[in-house]
Design a protein around this ligand. Structure first.
Ligand code: HEM
Ligand code: HEM
Length: 110
């Protein structure tokens, strides 16, 4: 169950990456992924309750999407590695898996 769910999550990330490139307007990364300067400016405005409205995702939402994509991918990758001959039973791989999954849980709650 665990492995199947993990690979399914990886497949969903894969399809989201494709949608981010060729999907509808507000699904595209180019529409909502912003550089550090704009993201920090947005966060600063948010702290003052003065953030502008955005169609689709705001810059912080875009950053969170990148983070979630990264963490789910890394969870899947380090999970799969533990099933390979080369990395089976290798301590640091399962430790990274655990840290990534905990970071994922914190991110989801956030
Ligand atoms: C890896 C897991 C998850 C991912 C990738 C994810 C992703 C997202 C995204 C992209 C949005 C839209 C944010 C926006 O409007 O800019 C969203 C909204 C939301 N998610 Fe998740 N989510 C995850 C897990 C969860 C879980 C476990 C729950 C509930 C237990 C949840 C509840 C919600 C709710 C209630 C919203 C609407 C928030 C709002 O409109 O203010 N999500 N999520
Ligand atoms: C989003 C994807 C995934 C999530 C959220 C997840 C979550 C977890 C969690 C919470 C643990 C327990 C960590 C601990 O306390 O030791 C764990 C362990 C483990 N996971 Fe995953 N996992 C994912 C994907 C995968 C995949 C794709 C595989 C293999 C194909 C995998 C294989 C394993 C193995 C072998 C362990 C045991 C490691 C150990 O005890 O040292 N996981 N995973």
């Amino acid at each position: 169950m665990h492995e199947f769910a993990g690979y399914a999550a990886g497949a969903l990330v894969g399809s989201r990456l494709v949608m981010g490139l060729i999907g509808s307007r507000y699904a595209r990364f180019s529409q909502f992924v912003r550089g550090p300067r704009k993201t920090i400016a947005y966060a600063a405005a948010m702290l003052r309750n003065r953030e502008p409205r955005h169609m689709g995702h705001n810059p912080l939402g875009g950053l969170m999407i990148l983070l979630l994509i990264f963490l789910v991918s890394l969870a899947g990758l380090t999970g799969w590695l533990q099933t390979t001959d080369a990395y089976w039973g290798v301590e640091w791989v399962s430790e990274v898996h655990e840290i990534v999954v905990n970071a994922l849980l914190v991110s989801i709650v956030t």
